[in-house]
Design a protein around this ligand. Structure first.
Ligand code: COA
Length: 166
């Protein structure tokens, strides 16, 4: 099975969990497009441009992995890139219901696009970007969850935000 796949997400910011999934994805697909969604409703900490810049930096040594941004429906974006597969991570049983809804909705929207699930390493199964941001704000060292470049960007952003609020 060699083709292009889309791994979509907000990536606010990317963590080792996302990178683990991307590494698994590129073992199976020729090209893996990390598609950064604007996700305005999630009120991301980083702008779309910043999230793209951060992701590009952390995947630059991963051949076959591309980073792009998109607005609108994931299936429309996938079609526009000639990809017939959407890759998603299943970290725990609690992810299942949401992922099930998204996969079936995407199938209804475009029956030619298939969702494939992979499981990241169990050590990444409990992490999510909002918990990560909370613990950085509270002064925790997050080196075990994100690459050094992401840690630096998080600290810069959160310290600036906190100073602005004082
Ligand atoms: N390791 C660590 N954390 C992970 C992870 C992994 N492998 N996979 C997901 N997460 C975390 C994310 O960091 C995120 O954390 P947060 O909610 O605390 O910020 C959380 O799990 C949810 O991430 P994800 O499942 O990727 O959702 P998302 O909101 O980031 O992205 C989109 C979902 C963008 C793919 C989806 O909303 C979409 O397709 N949007 C486009 C519009 C559209 O087509 N809508 C219809 C879809 S049916």
């Amino acid at each position: 099975m060699k083709a292009a796949a889309i791994y979509g997400g907000t990536f606010d910011p990317v963590t080792y969990g996302h990178l683990d999934l991307a590494k698994r994805g590129i073992e199976i697909f020729d090209n893996l497009i990390l598609a950064v969604a604007e996700s305005r409703s999630k009120n991301p900490l980083f702008t779309l441009e910043e999230r793209i810049e951060i992701l590009k930096e952390v995947v630059r040594d991963m051949p076959g992995v591309e980073v792009d941004g998109f607005n609108g429906l994931l299936v429309d974006y996938a079609r526009s890139r000639g990809a017939a597969v959407v890759l998603r991570g299943l970290r725990a049983v609690s992810d299942f219901e949401y992922e099930f809804q998204m996969a079936l909705t995407n199938r209804k929207l475009d029956g030619h696009i298939e969702t494939i699930f992979m499981m990241p390493k169990e050590e990444h199964s409990y992490m999510s970007s909002h918990i990560l941001k909370e613990i950085v704000r509270l002064g925790a060292d997050v080196s075990c969850f994100v690459p050094p470049f992401v840690k630096k960007k998080l600290e810069e952003k959160l310290i600036t935000t906190q100073v602005d609020r004082l």
